[in-house]
Design a protein around this ligand. Structure first.
Ligand code: BGC
Length: 720
């Protein structure tokens, strides 16, 4: 058992049948107003207001969020458990997304580790820090699959792949729920917002919903997530926060989800703007009867639904079920026994070490070409030589707040190690020259001259460019995917000096990197890495950490390719360079700039001898793919071995490739190893013509390699 004293698992065990019976008798004693009060959730501004305390006293609040610090949660919990008539404790929620005080990489970056253990560890650490501040419930993990980098919230999820997304979702739920409750969000399809425009409607077929968007939610439910947040968007005209198919048919009836559903921020009252409710009461009725148990921030359930229940327009049983789900959650969390849940803070050193490791694993090396001519030819640009003179340039090079990224909770800029600091910690003062060049969104180029001069004096220029942390996250859609402001010009001006350039990117979404990919020898994608950004980046730049991150999302060549993702269907006319009348563009290749799963290392890996066995397998079997992986370079390195499958012929057009397994493998230089990946044939389902999951007999191609566009090939036959 952890030093938290007890885990949620133990709390669940303590939630005995007797306790459950007590809940029944508690429900029997509640007035209708008190019941609706349990379904009411309001935000505070750091601490509860006097009006909110009064609501607690009157039994009209089930939980509060954004009350931060045990010194603020404890007094209001005391009111709930000593001054309210029924003494029901409160939930205290918060968006603990990628860290509480110690900020870890944004979830998109962390997904690029392909390391669910790391995701579990950072979620656990974040939960422990939050619990020490009185929080008992987070609104994470966000598991929305996204195909559109314009959408700012792509930063908060695990990218485009349902399999990777599912493993990350389950890992984060396990991590958080060692100390606090998790909420999987946003149910569902929010990531498909049309044109990448925030809060926009979505058109998702039931097949695509079930194959692509829902699996990470299912994985979170299977991992025991306590709550599910209903989304803002509509799906084919039906808003997710008033969508009985999602929150009742799929979630409760098919998946047997035992927890509760909370709305997103005012998403209940927004049913009026969606045009599916003509009054607040109608919006509340629609949401509650669709299966949304708790009303975040609209105040409608508590204010407007009692009359409808009394008029028999909402069955009392619907209210009772919702209330019981909230009460059971509070029981499972141990709140009736220990409402204050005072916890001690974890050791900061341990958490920072984890932040550095997670950040290092998240970094993706996109390009690393040799530079130099003649005798100096041809070492790759990276890692940097420890004796080189380095010009560190760019608005993000010595910037403290931005590496925290979006949704950084209590993260503090002062905790951040910048890239410049990380580099300076390893190089002598004389070796490093710094010039910001421009601000992130500047239109002025006055700072270019100093940056160019610095580059001219140096052996290598490290340019740290990208977005502001809040250019991704909620309400942060962009209609262009280039570097903001004059950063592209800065990059070109520095590159024109002839000094080799290492482009270090900080961003919350895939960017369009055409010029850089063609003209800059080395590109390092660092996302927003959190407090250890500078140390982790320097670890990679100097080769102390060999990069092993892989892209969890496709990088397009141009915005006009969006949506672009690897697991699409084939079309009747797949692209053929020799045939105009095939599926492609006149002006750009159809392929992405950087494929899903792509990422380089300072060493090289070779794949050979793929064997898939058995050659004929039944749906109940497991197929094993064994490949020889060799480290053909000069350094130890970690490869993410990826296995993709393609169903050759099926009753529904199959996707060209689907990730079904992966494994991180570390090899010494010259070492080879047989690596085996296992896939249960039953996991190769798709949604059939009858809208049910099915695995059809036939041939499956298997690809094992270092990204979604490469790999050695094999196959097996699925027999009836
Ligand atoms: C966001 C949610 C978040 C909630 C509470 C909403 O605006 O969409 O992701 O959990 O606010 O802060």
């Amino acid at each position: 058992m952890s030093r938290l004293g007890h885990s949620l698992l133990l709390a669940a065990l303590l939630a005995s049948p007797a306790a459950a019976q007590n809940l029944d008798s508690l429900l029997a004693r509640m007035t209708l107003e008190e019941k609706l009060g349990q379904l009411n959730l309001l935000s505070a501004g750091g601490r509860a207001s006097p009006e909110q305390m009064q609501l607690v006293r009157a039994g009209k609040l089930g939980g509060l969020f954004n009350v931060i610090g045990a010194e603020n949660t404890t007094p209001v919990q005391r009111i709930a458990v000593t001054e309210s008539r029924l003494k029901i404790p409160l939930l205290f929620g918060l968006d603990v997304i990628h860290g509480f005080r110690t900020i870890f990489p944004i979830p998109l970056g962390e997904a690029g580790t392909f390391d669910p253990e790391v995701a579990e560890a950072t979620a656990r650490a974040a939960g422990v820090e939050a619990a020490a501040a009185g929080i008992n419930w987070t609104y994470a993990p966000m598991v929305d699959i996204a195909h559109d980098p314009r959408w700012g919230r792509i930063a908060e999820g695990s990218g485009e792949d349902p399999y990777l997304g599912s493993l990350m979702a389950a890992a984060r739920v396990r991590g958080f729920q060692q100390s606090i409750f998790a909420t999987v969000k946003h149910f569902a399809g929010y990531g498909a917002a049309e044109a990448g425009r925030e809060y926009n409607e979505t058109e998702i077929s039931e097949r695509t919903m079930r194959e692509i968007y829902l699996p990470p939610f299912k994985a979170a439910v299977d991992a025991g997530v306590a709550s599910v947040m209903s989304a803002f968007n509509s799906i084919a005209g039906v808003p997710a926060s008033g969508n009985a198919w999602l929150t009742d048919t799929v979630l409760r009836q098919e998946w047997h989800f035992p927890g509760f559903v909370v709305s997103d921020w005012t998403s209940v009252i927004e049913l009026m703007q969606h045009g599916v409710a003509g009054s607040q009461a109608e919006a509340g009725r629609r949401a509650l009867t669709s299966g949304v148990d708790m009303d975040m921030q609209s105040g409608i359930y508590v204010d407007s639904l009692a009359a409808l229940v009394r008029a028999n327009r909402i069955p009392l049983a619907v209210v009772d079920s919702a209330v019981m789900r909230i009460l059971r959650a509070k029981l499972r969390l141990g709140l009736f026994r220990d409402p204050y849940r005072a916890r001690t803070s974890p050791s900061a050193a341990e958490t920072r070490a984890l932040a550095r490791r997670a950040a290092g694993e998240s970094i993706v090396l996109l390009k690393n070409e040799p530079v130099g001519r003649g005798a100096a030819c041809c070492a790759p640009t990276l890692p940097l030589s420890k004796t080189a003179t380095i010009a560190v340039i760019g608005p993000l090079a010595d910037n403290k707040p931005e590496p925290l990224g979006p949704w950084h909770t209590l993260g503090q800029a002062e905790d951040v190690v910048t890239v410049l600091q990380g580099i300076r910690a390893r190089a002598s003062a004389a070796q490093v020259v710094y010039a910001p060049g421009a601000g992130i969104e500047d239109t002025a180029t006055a700072g270019f001259a100093a940056a160019v001069a610095a580059a001219k004096r140096a052996n290598v220029a490290v340019l740290v460019l990208g977005e502001r942390g809040d250019m991704s996250g909620e309400a942060a859609s962009r209609a262009s995917l280039g570097l903001p402001g004059v950063q592209q010009q800065l990059l070109e001006a520095v590159a024109a000096t002839g000094t080799p350039v290492v482009l270090v990117l900080m961003n919350g979404r895939p960017l369009v990197l055409e010029w850089a990919s063609d003209h800059v020898p080395a590109i390092v994608e660092t996302w927003f890495l959190g407090v250890e950004a500078g140390n982790a980046t320097a670890d990679v730049l100097f080769g102390d950490v060999n990069p092993s991150g892989r892209l969890p999302v496709t990088f397009p060549r141009v915005l006009g390719q969006v949506p672009i993702y690897y697991n699409h269907r084939n079309t009747g006319r797949p692209p053929d360079p020799n045939n105009k009348f095939t599926s492609k563009y006149l002006d750009v290749p159809v392929t992405p700039r950087y494929a899903f799963g792509f990422g380089l290392s300072y060493t090289t890996f070779a794949y050979s001898d793929l064997k898939v066995s058995p050659a004929r397998a039944r749906v109940s079997d497991t197929v094993t793919a064994t490949v020889t992986l060799a480290n053909t370079g000069k350094r130890e390195g970690t490869e993410v071995v990826q296995l993709y499958v393609r169903d050759e012929v099926a009753s529904v057009s199959p996707r060209v490739r689907e990730l079904k397994a992966f494994q991180r493998v570390t090899l010494k230089p010259g070492e080879s190893r047989a690596v085996s990946l296992r896939v249960a044939v039953r996991d190769l389902w798709f949604i059939g013509l009858d809208m049910k999951p099915v695995v059809e007999p036939g041939t499956f191609r298997v690809y094992v390699g270092s990204n979604s566009a490469e790999g050695v090939e094999g196959g097996f036959e699925c027999i009836p």
